[in-house]
Design a protein around this ligand. Structure first.
Ligand SMILES: Cc1cc2nc3c(=O)[nH]c(=O)nc-3n(C[C@H](O)[C@H](O)[C@H](O)COP(=O)(O)OP(=O)(O)OC[C@H]3O[C@@H](n4cnc5c(N)ncnc54)[C@H](O)[C@@H]3O)c2cc1C
Ligand code: FES
Length: 277
């Protein structure tokens, strides 16, 4: 059993979860993820590692409450225990001296880009961050990025902070800010990663995305997380989760995700959580 050290809502519907898991903390690297179960009856769900502390033996993720399992996680309190916490899983983010790197985060990615930005800076890169949210009250961990990055650019859909709009303005914002990235790394929702990949391709900027398909075993055995990258079948859990965004077959990826929609709503009704949405 793995003790919960912290579970706290940091902005509406987004929670930070720290678990005591010294062996995971010991080998965690930027871009890795874990698979946990919120309780004995719960399904296995993947969360990206957003931070870790080897001396305290803790590992932290940021999660968005979207369905039955994340609703269970949102009810955890410090001192509670969860039955399984496996990781670190997946390949770590490729860290090298690329030059200028733009890390982009939306949704839970505002948390998980943080260790990537830190490692890129330590490797000698100029690191810029671009963070996106619906409104300013949904931004979090900006202070951590400001401590690491040369500049943090904000986009809010309602214009309450920074640029108004969406990442569809990426090319224009890069020109206005005078940022010329050699590499872009995006953690966030699927549409955001797909949109950014579409915009950086004509600019010739290598773009890494962290893919988030449904996962079950996380070991390459079940095949559920498969996607097509550069015309080849890949498994996000063992070959990824990060891939070149210009090589992902986005149309197929979106179609596969949507095919499970009715199965995702059913457990909410069974658990009575649907009334909260
Ligand atoms: C490698 C990876 C890293 C991820 N990191 C994070 C993170 O750091 N923070 C975060 O909030 N979310 C993360 N996700 C997504 C997270 O796993 C899902 O939001 C979660 O499983 C939803 O479960 P649910 O029962 O609450 O919602 P459901 O109602 O079951 O599903 C809601 C949405 O989550 C997706 N989902 C459902 N089950 C799974 C599953 N077993 N595996 C993957 N996606 C699923 C579905 O596509 C659906 O759109 C990650 C996913 C992957 C694959
Ligand atoms: S989760 Fe089963 S193969 Fe990736």
């Amino acid at each position: 059993m793995f003790p919960v050290v912290e579970r706290r809502m940091i902005v509406p519907n987004v929670h930070v979860l720290s678990i005591e898991a010294p062996e995971v903390a010991e080998s965690a690297r930027p871009g890795n993820f874990i698979i946990l179960r919120p309780d004995e009856q719960g399904e296995r769900i993947p969360l990206t590692i957003a931070d870790w502390d080897t001396s305290a033996g803790t590992v932290t993720s940021v999660f968005v409450q979207v369905g039955a399992s994340t609703a269970k996680l949102a009810r955890l309190k410090p001192g509670d225990r969860i039955p399984s916490y496996a990781g670190p899983l997946g390949h770590e983010t490729e860290i090298d001296r690329f030059g200028t790197v733009l890390v982009i985060g939306g949704c839970y990615g505002l948390g998980s880009i943080h260790p990537i930005a830190r490692a890129l800076k330590a490797a000698g890169n100029r690191v810029f961050a671009l963070i996106e949210a619906r409104s300013s009250y949904l931004l979090y961990w900006e202070d951590r990025l400001r401590a690491t990055c040369e500049r943090v650019v904000v986009i809010t859909r309602d214009g309450s902070r920074g640029y108004k709009g969406h990442v569809t303005r990426l090319a224009e914002i890069l020109a206005l800010e005078g940022i010329k990235p050699d590499r872009v790394i995006v953690h966030g929702c699927t549409y955001q990663m797909m949109e950014i990949s579409g915009q950086t391709q004509p600019l010739g900027i290598k773009t890494i995305v962290s893919m988030n398909p449904i996962m079950i075993d996380g070991t390459g055995m079940c095949g559920v997380c498969r996607l097509t990258v550069a015309g080849e079948t890949k498994f996000a859990c063992v070959d990824g989760p990060e891939f070149d965004g210009h090589e992902v077959d986005w149309e197929e990826f979106l179609a596969r995700r949507e095919s499970y929609s009715s199965e995702e709503v059913e457990p909410l009704h069974r658990s009575g959580c649907a009334s909260h949405f």
